[in-house]
Write a protein that binds this ligand. Sequence first.
Ligand code: IMP
Length: 197
Amino acid sequence: MKGEEDILVLNDLRLVYFATSNKHKFDEAKDILEDYGIDLKMVKEKTKEIQDDDLRKIAVHALLKALEKDERPTIIEDAGLFVKTLNGFPGPYSSYVYRVLGVDGIMRLMNNEEERDAEFRCVLAFGDSPSIIKTFQGVVKGTISLQPKGRSGFGFDPIFIPKDSKKTFAEMSLQEKNRFSHRADALRKFSKWYIHL
Ligand code: IMP
């Protein structure tokens, strides 16, 4: 009897929901969480993202909205591209800037710019009820490429070259991107914590 109870607990822990409408993010996360024996299920997120200059506030707000609908183990994440010479722009406004200016807009802003350091940051929020929310941060440092390159991934992947690589994220397979990315960093921190709950 005691053994069965243990197995039940393990089963519950194995399933986590990812509230996102971005299939690329989901595939990246699934690949990482698999390594820790965690099953991931995508829940299409329809709530509008709040605008704030703090990624953590955006992620926590979105998670609370998702938990209002269903109290179950859920992760949500918010990410942004921070370009040093643009004083961190587009940062938390990356989603809006991507829609309005796109990759070409950032290329134009970086035209003739020699200082090309940038980083992607990600905040992942986890909770299974609104009472306790835990957040994890991920970062990857790199540079903005001179031209867009590659066709994989999404968003600003074609113009971001992580440190210790010569390829943009868009020239990498999902597994290669996961060796470097901000999202993978936050997901690994989350997974290590979660499997020891
Ligand atoms: P979101 O609000 O977390 O969906 O991310 C904001 C924007 O940042 C997205 O629309 C993408 O343009 C960009 N972004 C976030 N993460 C990545 C990534 O891993 N690769 C490329 N672009 C990203």
